[in-house]
Design a binder for this molecule. Structure first.
Ligand code: CA2
Length: 151
């Protein structure tokens, strides 16, 4: 069987990681997070490809294009987590397993960050572990793919 392929999606402003607001998001850059995921993918026997966009429609396109290419999606939708019905609908439409991740613990922050539009349609959510949220999320997604029962 081919190695499972995972689409990693990063939402708006995450390209600024390591350059602004280190008190909230740490000093790690997005490139370093992607490198960590690529390294972990070798251990987990999967393929990973990463995409960041500041544009809602671009993220919707990437989700739709995953069909036929990817077996699961790891997503930090950033601010769109709290606003985007379009991203939720796209994730629901493609019907791939999704793990939602956040660098910060969104439940310890402002009230408007406590609601995620995508949480009800994902396998699970990991929030608050910094860059480790992504590596934990990738492990959880691969575990889910290996243990889910076929319909
Ligand atoms: O904690 C997370 O991962 C978030 O998804 C990050 C989003 C925020 O809107 C969510 O509530 C929680 C913000 C990403 C913006 O990242 C920046 C990085 C450096 C400097 C400024 C913003």
């Amino acid at each position: 069987m081919n190695l499972p392929s995972i689409l990693v999606l990063h939402g708006p402003n995450l390209n600024l990681l390591g350059q602004r607001e280190p008190g909230i998001y740490g000093t790690i850059t997005l490139d370093s997070i992607n490198e960590q995921l690529l390294t972990l993918a070798q251990t987990l026997d999967c393929k990973v490809h990463c995409h960041q966009s500041n544009h809602e429609g671009d993220l919707v396109d990437a989700i739709q294009n995953a069909v036929g290419h990817d077996h699961g999606i790891l997503i930090n939708a950033a601010a769109y987590t709290h606003t985007s019905v379009a991203i939720r609908d796209a994730l629901a439409a493609v019907a791939l397993p999704v793990v939602e991740v956040h660098l910060s613990n969104i439940y310890r922050r402002e009230d408007f960050r406590h609601h995620s539009y995508i949480a009800p349609i994902v396998v699970g959510q990991i929030s608050g572990f910094g860059a480790q949220s992504y590596t934990l999320g990738l492990q959880a997604l691969i575990y889910h793919l290996q243990h889910q029962t076929s319909p």
